[in-house]
Structure formats: structure tokens, C-alpha cells
Design a protein around this ligand. Structure first.
Ligand code: SF4
Length: 484
């Protein structure tokens, strides 16, 4: 019987090891964050990082095991580590196989609110001029149903979309009829301030399983300050609407989004408390975007990225403590990022992916039939910048729109995988390309990352979440639950 080889013949020798692609960032005097190309990260001292780069590793020394576990090194004799990296990368990018699941129909630009931070430049009058018509909607439905994604989400936007509820009704019924023979599944969402919610809207929504997304900026005074309307009752209408939807359609049929204005910055606990009071299932602590009235009224310039980061950190601390007391209440941006950090699930969120989500993640059909690459792109167009206009529903097919020179060059020119700064950044696998934001703020699709508030926010958020995951076991357990 053949004998086994001696034990030491199974020990790798240094020359059998090879360094796989890694990136690193200094966290402190003798602390480095080291990451692989699929987002796994580990903290190391300078001496450990030196040893890793020199492949000065030996089984049993701890660093050897961490380096293998995090796919920082592989064996020259085997391709298993590289194959695992390739498989995981493919899984993380698999959102590309189900292109364009989200379709936003701007059914009207009219609105009865007059919010100073409005990002879509709403109009107050002229129904004929600013409402989408049936012929335009019909063409937009056909384009949406031509997208490869098996589940097509149609979101009604405005202005205030309930001002054109007749068209919403027609689109829902018509899209369902046309989707059936194509075996496409449909989901409908109305993004509304709820001021015009009626029994008729609720009945139709119950019949067609329509979801609602609304805005709630915090307690009464803050919400009404941010969202003025005649009667000064935006808050009252919003919370009454949330309660009616929960009651009539179910607690999971309505979600809310908040926008951080300068007035919100020192009130994050009160904002979170308002969401808890209304029985909402979590909160998305969103920064203000640089579009529409937010730019015209200079709301966007009123605070910096670092101010938002402090606001988010303080809010997250408060929310984690709420969760410790037994109530599950996620902060949705943290959940998304932690999910990216801890799993290889493809993340559909359009701002957190590269290739960018414009066009490939969402298309926007404006009230007049113009098609834009994202909601932000149409907001930019309302400000006179039509850089991300892809065509029109009246002349172009889905294929022509997503293969248009405008979209192809915007996506190709913004890849983080090859961009200066991003391509060597430890956060890249957990970050994303946002060409519309960088074009709007820096007139540069790729973005000058050292000067980008998007980049500053991403670095701050991912570093903070990494620290909590590594050094705060109770917080880490909550974050893991949110992400699962
Ligand atoms: S945007 Fe900033 S944080 Fe994101 S990958 Fe690029 S350099 Fe890194």
C-alpha cells in the first residue's frame, strides 16, 4: 500500500504564493484598510501590510490565514482563488443580465406644493402643456415592456402624479394587458405627496396592488417648512394619507423618503422619532441632490458633504439604539451598503453600481415623451442641460435608446473599475458611478474624485460601517440583520 507523503510536503513554500489584486487606504497612524476586488476588507498594521505585499506569510501566523480567507493571496499552483474571485465578481455584476427593471413615467409636471428644494422644477398651471397624453404613454409602455428585465417596475412621478390620475389608471390597465402575453411581471408605485389621495385612488390601488412612496421630512414644523403649500398642511395630509393607505391596503404598501435640508441637520432624532410614530418600517437618510429648485433657490449649497456625514452618523447611532430596544427599524442606505460589503448579491440601486445605473437600471419618460437616462437627468434637463436626453418615445425603440451614443459614452466614461482614483480605491467594489451627479456638480462625467462630495460621503459611510462591523459586536449584529 502506498504511503502518505510527509506532513511538511503539504506546507506551501513562499514561492508558491502570489498576491491577488488588493487596494488599501490609511485609516490611522498604524491602521490600514485592505480590500480585494469583490469588497472583502480587513484591517492591518503597516507591518502586516508590508508582510502581505512581500508575501512574508507562513501557515499558523494568523496573517497567512487572513490573507487567504480574504482572497488577498492565492497559490501559484492552483487557480481556485482566482476562479472564486471571478465567480463572485460575476455574481456582483449580474444586475446587467436583467437590464432596465425600472421605468419612471412623469405623468404631469404640475404640482400643488411649492417646495424650495424641489428637484424637478414643477409647474403650477397649464394642464395641456405639462400633462402626459395617452399616445405618449402608450409608446412608453411598449418601450418599458421591451426591456430584458423579467420584473418591470413602473413608477409614476411628477410634479404630483395624482393630478393626472386618469392617465395612471389607463397606464396600469393597458400595461397589464400588454405584459400578459410577454410573461412579464409588473409592479406599480406612485410617488406622491398624498395631498390628493382619494377613495377612488385607494380602491383602484387595492384592485391593482399599487404601492405608494411619499415624502416625510420629519415633525410637523420641519415638514411644513420644507414643503409649503396653500393651507400650510402638507404634513397633516401626508400623515393622514399614510394612515389611510396602511388601513386600506396594508402596512407594507407605503414607504416614505426624507430629504435633508439645512434645517434638518441638528434634528435627526426628531426626524427618526416621527418615522417611528407613523409606523414606517425604516428611514433613508438622504442628502439633497444638486438639481432643479434645489439649485435655483441655493438649498443645495447650504451645507457640505461633511455636515451630512455627521447628520447620518448621529442618526445611525440613534437608530441602532432604537433597534437594540427590540424594534426592527433599518436605515436603508446603511442596509444597502452593508449588503454590498457582506454578500455578492447584485444591488439594483442605481447610484451604487458600476457600470452606472443610468439607462441600464432605469429609464425616464417625461410628460412630453422625451426619454432620459435617469430621474436626475430629467431634472437636469428642466434646468436647461439636456446632456442625458436619449431620444423620444415617438421615434425610438428600447434598443435605440440604450444603445444611443449618449448613453454608451456616459456609461463607458464613468466606470469606476478603470477611473483614476476609483480604480485604486479600496472602497470601489462597494461604491458606484454617478455620472449625472458629477456632470451636474463638476461638468465631468467621471468626476474629479478628490473634490467630489459623493466620493467624500461614500468613503465616510463605508469606513464608518466597517468600523462598526469590526469593533462593535452589538451594532454589527443589527447591521447584519438589516442586510440579510
Ligand atoms: S467615488 Fe470615491 S469612494 Fe467611490 S470608488 Fe471612487 S474614489 Fe473610491
Amino acid at each position: 500500500m502506498a504511503g502518505f507523503a510527509a506532513a511538511d510536503s503539504f506546507s506551501p513554500v513562499k514561492s508558491d504564493l502570489q498576491l491577488l489584486p488588493i487596494r488599501f487606504e490609511r485609516l490611522g497612524a498604524d491602521r490600514f484598510l485592505v480590500g480585494n476586488m469583490v469588497g472583502d476588507m480587513a484591517e492591518m498594521t503597516a507591518a502586516e501590510l508590508d508582510r502581505l505585499c512581500a508575501l512574508d506569510l507562513a501557515p499558523g501566523d494568523g496573517l497567512y490565514e487572513r490573507a487567504f480567507e480574504n482572497l488577498f493571496v492565492g497559490s501559484t499552483e492552483q487557480r481556485a482563488q482566482q476562479q472564486l474571485l471571478a465567480l463572485r465578481l460575476r455574481s456582483r455584476l449580474s444586475f446587467l443580465r436583467a437590464a432596465t427593471p425600472l421605468h419612471l413615467f412623469v405623468v404631469t409636471l404640475r404640482c400643488e406644493h411649492s417646495c424650495p428644494y424641489c428637484q424637478v422644477s414643477r409647474q403650477s398651471k397649464d394642464r395641456v402643456r405639462y400633462d402626459m397624453d395617452q399616445a405618449t404613454a402608450s409608446k412608453a409602455i411598449d418601450i418599458a415592456l421591451s426591456a430584458p428585465a423579467p420584473l418591470i417596475k413602473i413608477e409614476f412621478q411628477g410634479g404630483e402624479p395624482l393630478l393626472n390620475f386618469e392617465l395612471i389608471r389607463w397606464i396600469v390597465v393597458t400595461a397589464k394587458q400588454r405584459a400578459a402575453p410577454l410573461s412579464k411581471r409588473l409592479q406599480f408605485v406612485v410617488a406622491t405627496n398624498l395631498a390628493l389621495l382619494s377613495d377612488e385612488v385607494l380602491d383602484f390601488s387595492a384592485e391593482h396592488d399599487i404601492l405608494f412612496s411619499t415624502s416625510l421630512d420629519g415633525p410637523r414644523d420641519l415638514h411644513n417648512k420644507n414643503r409649503p403649500r396653500r393651507g400650510d398642511n402638507s404634513y397633516e395630509l401626508a400623515i393622514a394619507g399614510i394612515a389611510r393607505i396602511k388601513d386600506r391596503l396594508g402596512p407594507d404598501k407605503v414607504g416614505a423618503l426624507m430629504t435633508t435640508t439645512e434645517a434638518s441637520l441638528d434634528r435627526v432624532e426628531a426626524i427618526v422619532d416621527e418615522y417611528l410614530k407613523q409606523g414606517l418600517d425604516g428611514i433613508f437618510l438622504r442628502p439633497l441632490s444638486p438639481y432643479g429648485f434645489a439649485m435655483k433657490t441655493k438649498q443645495f449649497q447650504k451645507y457640505r458633504g461633511t455636515d451630512w456625514l455627521q447628520f447620518w452618523k448621529r442618526g445611525l447611532r440613534y437608530i441602532l439604539d432604537v433597534n437594540k430596544s427590540g424594534r426592527r427599524f433599518p436605515e436603508f442606505y446603511s442596509s444597502l451598503i452593508v449588503r454590498r460589503m457582506l454578500s455578492d448579491e447584485p444591488i439594483g440601486y442605481v447610484d451604487l453600481r458600476s457600470p452606472a445605473g443610468i439607462g441600464l437600471g432605469a429609464l425616464v419618460y417625461n410628460y412630453d415623451g422625451t426619454v432620459f437616462a435617469s430621474d436626475e437627468a430629467r431634472m437636469l434637463a428642466e434646468m436647461g442641460d439636456r446632456s442625458f436626453e436619449l431620444g423620444t418615445v415617438h421615434e425610438h425603440s428600447y434598443r435605440e435608446l440604450v444603445l444611443s451614443d449618449t448613453l454608451v459614452s456616459a456609461v463607458a466614461n464613468s466606470l469606476t473599475q478603470t477611473a483614476p482614483q476609483c480604480s485604486t480605491c479600496v472602497f470601489e467594489p462597494n461604491c458606484g458611478a454617478d455620472p449625472v451627479y458629477h456632470h451636474a456638480t463638476q461638468q465631468d462625467l467621471l468626476g474629479i474624485k478628490p473634490l467630489s462630495e459623493f466620493c467624500q460621503r461614500q468613503k465616510g459611510v463605508i469606513t464608518h460601517l466597517f468600523e462598526l462591523l469590526e469593533h462593535s459586536p452589538e451594532d454589527a449584529a443589527i447591521l447584519r440583520r438589516w442586510a440579510s
